[in-house]
Unconditional design. Structure first.
Lengths: 287, 274
């Protein structure tokens, strides 16, 4: 058999490597090198004469009360968003898995819709909706209810925005996971009289482990270092790691501490990154 | 049978509830911003604006900073999309069709580039750009946005090239066509719709890319999203931002719907490892 393009296999190898060389170089230069460089430049501090290993910037981060508060609010936001996304996404995905018809298409359409709304437009829309005297206040007032305290510029502002923004991928990934569970095994359980709750706990959940893991990992990676939504909807202090890094880098003109914050963000997300990569590697089994 | 019907009725009830809640949660903010774009006076606590009109459209469109940002964003998005296509499409073909050492590891490493918290990565890149003077430059923003397009621009076209009917290619080759001719007349036309969708997604995604542009470009490079951020920060007239949202979002929404028709929603999920 000849290979594609009628080239002998050996030269095909070189042509293939040549074709992928550019993006690989870009990947190495703009992803791998910056990460290694960020780690190196925050640990090896230039001293007169030679550079020495120093954890001073990390010591500063973990001893500085403001930095710790920012890390804490980031972890809190990530956790709350993760829990809310699963609590909202799982019922929607379950519904979409087991129902057909126009109503199901409408629910799917709405759940996917935020994918087509850039976060800058979402921020704008949410300020007008949940901000002071926004649409929620208008509607509550119209039906004679008192105003709620506005979540805008509180830690709940970014939570609402991030859940809105991440809902489509959560639903899609969970629906894809549910799609892998054969209908026959669910029907078999139903036939022997298992209640829907029992089917969910004994048949569906045990098979959703991997899917839940990928979905949560992906959401956490996105939320932990989100920038636009917390920057525009969240409080100025404490702030999430995204806005904190941006302010340290640009406004404070302090790249060393900004890079330290970035490396700390990598560290906290490492577990989820590894889980995510392991799962895509297993699902694909190569190209 | 009766049990099935009972379950269906239950599902409809749940469906109606989900539809109602999702409508409130997802649609309300968008309806609000759409209404703001067409209202001249909307004071609390009126549910409906006191006065509708297009006055703010002409006011927004007469601002020079809006036009500057629009043309800059279009120039950036076009540059990034073309570069991304030139760099990624040949690689996608190689990943889909050729055997070479390290293929699987390299392909996986593109997907793995999403395994880092994105803004941390951007800050790490900004640290490099600071040393080589790319901060606040057009090409600095091009490069940082290019990084974000790599994965999408590789894995969607890989799927496209893999779905091309191999028998047609072999038939053409048996009839004496040169490899280039086969690629040009058989492979490319079949893969074209999906590749076009990937280009469209890349263009729209780059147009709205905010984080890299803000971190690397500000304050010199003011793209459309960066301009909208400054509108929010400076609390300029509400309608400016609303008008821009509607004006920019509608064409991109149409484009994305077209792209989705070709690529299919499930592909997104699968591509991300679901």
């Amino acid at each position: 058999m000849r290979g594609s393009m009628s080239l002998p296999v050996r030269s095909q190898g070189w042509v293939g490597l040549g074709l992928v060389a550019l993006p690989v170089v870009l990947l190495a230069w703009l992803i791998i090198y910056p990460i290694l460089s960020a780690v190196a430049s925050t640990i090896f501090v230039a001293q007169p004469g030679a550079s020495a290993i120093s954890f001073a910037s990390y010591q500063f981060f973990f001893s500085d009360q403001y930095s710790r508060a920012n890390l804490w609010i980031t972890l809190w936001t990530t956790l709350v968003c993760g829990v809310l996304l699963l609590a909202i996404g799982l019922p929607i995905a379950l519904y979409l898995r087991f129902s057909r018809g126009p109503l199901s298409a409408y629910v799917q359409g709405l759940a996917i819709f935020p994918m087509f709304v850039p976060s800058i437009i979402l921020s704008y829309a949410l300020i007008r909706t949940i901000g002071p005297n926004g649409a929620v206040d208008v509607l509550l007032n119209a039906v004679g209810l008192p105003k709620l305290p506005s979540p805008y510029l509180t830690p709940w502002g970014p939570v609402i925005g991030l859940v809105w923004d991440n809902l489509p991928l959560t639903v899609l990934m969970l629906t894809a996971g549910l799609g892998n569970i054969p209908t026959s095994s669910i029907e078999a359980a139903r036939d022997v009289g298992a209640s829907p709750l029992r089917v969910f706990l004994s048949i569906i959940m045990p098979r959703m482990g991997n899917s839940l893991l990928v979905t949560t990992s992906f959401a956490i990676l996105g939320i932990f270092s989100s920038f636009t939504l917390p920057y525009l909807l969240g409080p100025a202090s404490p702030e999430m790691m995204g806005p904190f890094m941006q302010r340290t880098f640009s406004d404070m003109n302090d790249p060393v501490n900004a890079l330290t914050q970035a490396v700390i963000a990598f560290g906290f997300c490492l577990v989820f990154g590894v889980l995510y990569v392991r799962s895509i590697a297993r699902n694909r089994g190569g190209v | 049978m009766r049990y099935a019907r009972l379950v269906m009725a239950e599902m409809d009830w749940i469906g109606a509830l989900l539809a109602l809640l999702l409508t409130l949660f997802i649609a309300l903010p968008l309806v609000v911003v759409g209404t703001w774009a067409f209202s001249e006076v909307w004071r609390y606590p009126a549910v409906i604006p006191q006065q509708f009109g297009l006055r703010y459209w002409s006011l927004t469109l007469s601002r020079t900073d809006v036009w500057d940002a629009l043309f800059l964003s279009l120039r950036l998005a076009t540059t990034v999309t073309i570069l991304s296509a030139v760099i990624c499409l040949p690689a996608a073909y190689a990943f889909a069709r050729m055997k070479f050492p390290g293929r699987d590891v390299l392909f996986l490493s593109f997907l793995a580039s999403h395994a880092f918290p994105k803004f941390g990565l951007l800050v790490a890149i900004a640290g490099i750009f600071l040393q080589i003077g790319l901060i606040s430059t057009f090409w600095g923003v091009v490069l940082i946005q290019l990084v974000g397009t790599l994965m999408l621009m590789i894995w969607i076209p890989v799927a496209a090239f893999k779905n091309v009917d191999r028998r047609m290619e072999e038939a053409a080759r048996d009839a004496g066509a040169t490899p280039l001719r086969v690629f040009w007349s058989i492979t490319l036309p079949q893969a074209a719709p999906t590749i076009a969708a990937a280009l469209l997604l890349t263009f729209v995604g780059t147009f709205y890319e905010t984080e890299g542009a803000w971190l690397i470009g500000a304050p010199q490079i003011r793209t459309m999203p960066v301009l909208m951020v400054t509108f929010i920060n400076n609390q300029i007239v509400v309608q400016y931002g609303a008008v821009l949202s509607v004006m920019l979002w509608v064409p991109s929404f149409v484009a994305l719907m077209l792209a989705r028709r070709v690529v299919g929603t499930g592909t997104f999920a699968r591509g991300l490892g679901a």
